[in-house]
Design a protein around this ligand. Sequence first.
Ligand SMILES: [Zn+2]
Length: 519
Amino acid sequence: MSENREHRGCWRATLPGMEQLDPQACYRALQTRDARFDGRLFVGVTSTGVYCRPVCPARTAMFENCRFFPSAAAAQEAGFRPCLRCRPETAPDLGAWRGTSNTVARGLALIAAGALDGGEADIETLAARLGVGGRQLRRLFQQHLGASPVTVAQTRRVLFAKQLIHDTRMPMTDIAVAAGFGSIRRFNETFKQLFGRPPSALRRKAVLALPVGSVGESGVALRLRYRPPYDWPAMLAFLKARAVDGVERVAGEVYRRTVLQDGSLGLVEVAHLPERESLAVAIRFPSVRALPAIVARIRRVFDLGADVATIGSHLARDPLLAPLVAERPGLRAPGGWDGFELAVRAVLGQQISVEAARQLAGRLVRLCGTPMADAPGADPALAFAFPTAAQVAAADLTPIGMPGARKAALLALAQAALDDPALFEPLGTIEETVARLRAIRGIGEWTAHYIALRAVRETDAFPASDIGLLRGAAGAGDRPSPAALQDRAESWRPWRAYAAQHLWAADAARPSRRESLHG
Ligand SMILES: [Zn+2]
């Protein structure tokens, strides 16, 4: 979607208080500790120099002393430091889903994965990856977040480090690396400057649970907050139905999977803490440097950043979707753990059932996945990491047993991923993304949109020809044609992916349901 289209304004009106914060309304939210504003509003108190979430238990400051910000980074850019009581780092991170600018959302996703950490990282490179100039990127960030990309990255490092200090017993040197600080000296200086004390002084005596040790030995436990509602049963059922043997497992209420990141192997475990409006995440991985990238993947799979209340109120303006949104207000759009993995699964799933696709993927994993051997926290049921593009490209796929065209498509996909490491990055418009994917042999319109939706995290992807979508949209009446559904979906932009999720759910819930292919 072009910036032009974004600025048409038809959905901007549905996003209250993003660009323009009305101080009186903000102050009312603060006085009532209104949790609905958590993550979308931060208040800086000029008399103390601290910034807070609207739900801070501390006494409300006088109106004259309050300044309001749309992001933690904006408060930090204005010179405020994070509050130690309400802990802005624990607010739901809605950054990537602000909705009004895809460029900003994509930029935030890249920054979250570390694009501006380390020595060589700079704004021009980031802007180029997003297809805009550096100045335009700064302007967009200012407009939507009230802060520069550099401050956003800096704030993310500080808040992530602060969370690790509070919630884990990781050594300070590991935290400095994990949070993306170039050196322990930078880390110490930043914290001294912000808080007037070294990072270790912020550590609480009682921490969450885990014993002393590196990430690899004992794991890091984190809580990742979401903005309610969150339909955990739907998310877990989705993952369970598709869990690839050897790589993923849903046991009881817990999701576990293997991780292959930067050549190292590890495990993650995710459970729900409804009373805390959070997911409990345990990560066992040999290198702390990979933590931000792994956390970003978990956020993506579990769609933690989505503001589904705002999205739902937009979608519910269409009478077709209103009852669906009312029935499943917390429905999320599950993301892919990895772009290549998701694309492989999409190709394997062409024209067969979810269960058949799951079994094919399991065979592929046993054929050419990386054995876990003695990776930290090894689980006999999780014996492989999902194959890389190089492993698939080099494999003889004959034993898997599938049509020659499908095999050729899989090889073409692996080759394309090897040729273009940024193939599944959110670059350009949704149309460009779909065109880029369609250029791969064996990937049609449907598969391209499906990959865009789940792997590239396009909130506006919409595989209009999907049989499950068409059945879901039929309701009690006639099934629409793909063209008619496409037309109707225009008013659901920029969140057609969420509309798709609701239609799939409606189709799956119908008593006469035949199996939907992919929803
Ligand atoms: Zn506070």
